[in-house]
Design a protein around this ligand. Structure first.
Ligand code: ADP
Ligand code: MG
Length: 263
């Protein structure tokens, strides 16, 4: 499996009115990789995740996924989740009043079989399934050491900022993804939390999950990404190792240009 193509996009474009948020974007991730997606604010990174997960429809181009190179471009989001792509959001979307454990259970919903009647009648099959799913959710919380598991029964709103971000990752993992898309997971974290996050992401990869990581913190990108792709105005301006991309004239120009404009 390692080394084979898991996700590939060709000529992917997305427009918002006159604005090209993605412009003929070719992107490729192989099994077992951690690929970093960087670029200044507004360069189209989050839009890329929206298009891959079916939240937004591409204007043109294709997204292919898995060994059978299934075309995702025409599929609704729940089908894409079922095929094995899960994500976190740049802005958190937790259910605040639900417990930490319940938030993870929501993520597992797409993998459970019992429908509404099973849940209401609490048939033996449903109870068995619920037990299995609860065990899985507990296992996922345990991935984050002592951060989440002792708080499993607390409402999500009581969590610290960093723990909320960890919970979002746990919830995404509950969908049993082959590919995990993380949108700025280190944003707002202090250096210690960031280091811990890097270890967490590496251990998720150890479990055979491939990762695309949008991240502004270059320590994280340098530390854990095998490949890096840079976007600017929806256009791929560089790809390769961290060093290659970071030192690429177009990348330097893209970041400096924005800074100069905002100064
Ligand atoms: P990034 O994640 O790289 O910061 P985004 O993908 O969020 O960038 O945005 C890319 C561009 O598309 C930006 O110029 C942004 O303002 C624009 N954009 C994003 N979402 C929408 C939307 N729903 N409607 C209109 N414009 C949008
Ligand atoms: Mg974004």
């Amino acid at each position: 499996m390692a080394g084979t193509i898991l996700l590939e996009t060709k000529n992917l474009s997305k427009r918002f009115g006159g604005l090209k948020a993605l412009d003929r974007f070719d992107f490729l991730v192989r099994h077992g990789e951690i690929v970093g997606l960087i670029g200044p604010n507004g360069s189209g990174k989050t839009t890329f995740f929206h298009v891959v997960t079916g939240i937004l429809k591409a204007a043109s181009g294709t997204v292919m996924f898995g060994e059978r190179r299934e075309v995702l471009t025409a599929l609704p989001p729940h089908r894409i989740t079922a095929l094995g792509i899960a994500r976190t959001f740049q802005r958190q979307r937790l259910f605040n009043q639900m417990t930490v454990l319940q938030n993870v259970l929501v993520g597992a919903h797409c993998r459970t079989c019992s429908g509404l009647f099973g849940s209401i009648l609490r048939t033996p099959a449903t109870r068995r399934e619920q037990k299995v799913v609860q065990e899985k959710a507990t296992r996922l919380l345990a991935l984050f050491g002592e951060r989440l598991l002792p708080r499993a029964q607390d409402p999500a709103w009581t969590l610290s900022y960093a723990n909320r971000r960890r919970l979002e990752i746990a919830r995404a993992l509950a969908a049993d993804p082959l590919l995990l898309l993380l949108d700025e997971p280190a944003a707002g974290m202090n250096p210690t939390e960031t280091r811990e996050l890097m270890r967490d992401i590496l251990s998720i990869r150890e479990q055979g999950i491939t990762i695309v990581l949008i991240e502004h913190d270059m320590t994280v990108v340098r530390g854990i990404c095998d490949q890096v792709v840079a976007l600017d105005h929806g256009i791929k301006i560089a790809e390769g190792s961290f060093e290659e991309v970071r030192n690429h004239p177009s990348v330097i120009e893209a970041y400096l240009g924005r800074r100069a404009k905002h100064a």
